[in-house]
Design a protein around this ligand. Structure first.
Ligand code: PLP
Length: 405
């Protein structure tokens, strides 16, 4: 086999489907968000409207300073896996803070949210004998990978549908171990799970509830503790999983739960055991960010004001959005090539960066633009975004084609 020819043909196929990814080479400059400098083709300043640095915490002076200080004091590497000299004190404090944020006995930090999901779900579902996992059909790839990797039996329930979940749970004997895995805010649709109903159903059937709050922590609920806390059901959720890279603006992932569960994952999860711990500057910056967002509501308030403004102005301008109940504003397109073309024109003609979202991030036919307002966007940024989208939209013959999710 000619290996390179095989690779090149696969890429040519991807390009023919309009699904080839081109990364924007960005230079983000501290204090200037949402403006960043784009390098390469179309070089120059752009307004970023698709960042997951939802609150701008990656550039927050207190967070940047915590990272700088920790690097000077403790160096830039952890020096090992958690078991082999990698458990530095910043990480221990971060785990305590996260457990406290979620009102749980313990927390465990991983190198990313992806790894937290993959490692925890694969470990729980593999180790609990004859476990069945009930997974929402729109769960993130990292949860799906974790569940698949466990080898456990899997039931995929209809998106955010407690009745379908219950109907599937009823097919199994009550003494069989079960996990119900879902997200609180779905990353690509911005919709919020009917958490109370799902927790009720899962609890009635004795299932362990695993909740990915990656797009909610720092943003929703008291002190940014997420949707489970907002809805008053955190006690009924066995595992809250979150990340440190989105609202908290740094990098890393975590779970919070009972001391026994966290100790179990710590002791059996390959993806936790066999990898170098997050470095002290990262842990210190994440800790500073979590602590700041527990005390301060102003970033959240400003974010939600901007989000309402963007949704309202887009509706007035005739640009369709999916019915999101969160800070994520998805604009349906339904075709990868068209989606990329809209994104290209926003950049080339208006200096606005909104990446096109297509397969495998969303199913084919559900391609979209995903707009994420931040507290740093000003009223003028919103006006520029809306008029740019409206003018690109108006110039397309059939901007939304056969959209389905
Ligand atoms: N869970 C969800 C719902 C996500 O959207 C993401 C995306 O980044 C992850 C988990 C993975 O988190 P991380 O980027 O920290 O790996």
């Amino acid at each position: 086999m000619n290996h390179d020819q095989f690779f090149a043909e696969a890429i040519a196929d991807l390009k023919a489907r309009g699904e080839y990814r081109v990364f924007a080479d960005l230079e983000r400059r501290t204090g200037e968000a949402p403006t960043a400098r784009l390098l390469g083709a179309n070089a120059g300043d752009v307004t970023v409207w698709c960042s997951n640095d939802y609150l701008g915490m990656s550039q927050h002076p207190g967070v940047v300073d915590a990272m700088r200080r920790a690097a000077a004091l403790h160096g830039v590497g952890a020096g090992g896996t958690r078991n082999i000299a990698g458990t530095h004190h910043d990480l221990v404090e971060l785990e305590r803070e996260l457990a406290d944020l979620h009102g749980k006995e313990a927390a465990l930090v991983f190198t990313s949210g992806y790894v937290a999901n993959m490692a925890t779900l694969s470990t729980l579902a593999r180790q609990m004998p004859a476990c069945v996992v009930f997974s929402d059909e729109r769960n993130h790839a990292s949860m799906i990978e974790g569940i698949r990797h466990s080898g456990a039996e899997r039931q995929v329930f209809l998106h955010s549908d407690p009745s379908d979940l219950e109907e599937r749970l009823l097919r199994y004997p009550s003494n069989r171990p079960k996990i119900v895995a879902l997200e609180s805010i779905y990353s690509m649709g911005g919709d919020v799970a009917p958490l109370r109903s799902i927790v009720d159903v899962a609890t009635r059937h004795g299932a362990l509830i695993y909740l990915d709050e990656v797009h909610a922590v720092g943003l929703c609920g008291p002190q940014g503790a997420g949707i489970a806390a907002r809805d008053g059901v955190a006690d009924g959720v066995d595992v809250i999983q979150g990340n440190l890279a989105k609202a908290f603006g740094v990098v890393g992932g975590y779970i919070a739960g009972s001391a026994a569960l966290v100790d179990f994952v710590r002791s059996f999860a390959s993806g936790f055991i066999f990898t170098t711990a997050l470095p002290p500057p990262v842990a210190a910056a994440a800790l500073a960010s979590v602590r700041h967002l527990r005390r301060s509501d102003c970033e959240r308030i400003r974010l939600h004001e901007r989000v309402s403004e963007v949704k309202q102005r887009l509706a007035e301008a005739g640009v369709p959005t999916l019915p999101s109940a969160s800070h994520i504003v998805p604009i349906p397109v339904g075709d990868a090539t068209r989606c990329r073309e809209i994104s290209r024109r926003l950049l080339a003609e208006h200096r606005i960066l909104v990446q096109a979202i297509f397969h495998p991030t969303v199913p084919r036919g559900a391609e979209r633009l995903r707009v994420t307002p931040t507290p740093m966007h000003c009223a003028e940024d919103v006006e520029r975004l809306v008029s740019a989208l409206a003018s690109v939209w108006a110039s397309l013959e059939n901007p939304v084609s056969r959209f389905g999710v």
